[in-house]
Design a protein around this ligand. Structure first.
Ligand code: PGA
Length: 251
């Protein structure tokens, strides 16, 4: 039986409510559920509700927030809480995307705190890890990945890892058109799995790959059994293109 695959669309700061709704109407008209394939959408917070409404009848599609605060409420101007995104229809939350880490100073510690809060609220975190180009070229990929994993392993009890999904997104591959080779990706996925397993986490943690994934390279990446899916930015913004990408290798 083939493994279940997750195709996650990270819309970043694109697609406002009306555009998000018409994307979904079009996308739903041209795709049908496929066995073993789950489709996750991460729209902007203001577009969560229209996407959630559009997918109400599709059990193969989930919608999630791109970021949340770890506190359920309070004086945190500009932040958004887990109960808020949950009420808007989110079932999953993207945590620690490299743009959050590098442009907005999110730390490894905060990523772990957010992931734990998301799990406690009964939602599913998709936590991102990945090294920069300088770190890779300096031979520090393994060190960086282990450093990013450490607070997650520290804060989240092994049994709760059952609902955690990780994404390996090398920073140098995001939005650059330069994707990691299937071997590069598989090697880091293995490292993550080995590290997590050694710390007593049972089962197989799903790990997605992200960074310049497109219709031309997705099949070669997913041919590697270490990958459980993909997290896609640019190539997920057009409904026909995204429908084509998620349909490759199906049926
Ligand atoms: P990209 O973005 O597919 O445009 O490289 C991926 C991501 O940031 O999640």
């Amino acid at each position: 039986m083939p493994r279940a695959l997750i195709y996650a669309a990270n819309w970043k700061m694109h697609l406002a409510p009306a555009a998000a709704r018409s994307f979904m109407d079009h996308f739903l008209a041209v795709t049908s559920p496929a066995p073993g394939r789950s489709l996750w959408f991460f729209p902007s917070a203001v577009s969560l509700a229209p996407v959630a409404e559009a997918i109400a009848r599709r059990t193969d599609i989930r919608v999630g927030a791109q970021n949340v605060h770890w506190e359920p409420k309070g004086a945190f101007t500009g932040e958004i809480s887990i109960p808020m995104v949950q009420e808007a229809g989110a079932g999953v939350v993207l945590i620690g995307h490299s743009e959050r880490r590098h442009l907005f100073g999110e730390t490894d510690e905060q990523v772990a705190r957010k992931s734990l809060a998301v799990l406690k609220a009964g939602l599913q975190p998709l936590a991102c890890l990945g090294e920069t180009l300088a770190e890779r070229e300096g031979g520090r990929t393994e060190h960086v990945i282990l450093r990013q994993l450490e607070p997650l392993l520290d804060k989240i009890p092994p049994a709760d890892w059952e609902r955690l999904v990780l994404a390996y997104e090398p920073v140098w591959a995001i939005g650059t058109g330069r994707n990691a080779t299937p071997d590069d990706a598989a090697q880091v996925h293995e490292l993550i799995r080995f590290t997590v397993g050694r710390r007593g986490v049972p089962g197989r943690v799903p790990i997605l790959y992200g960074g310049s994934v497109n219709a031309g390279n997705v099949l070669a990446l997913l041919a590697r059994p270490e990958l459980d899916g993909v997290l896609v930015g640019g190539a997920s913004l057009d409904p026909d293109g995204w429908a084509e990408l998620v349909g490759l290798g199906v049926g």
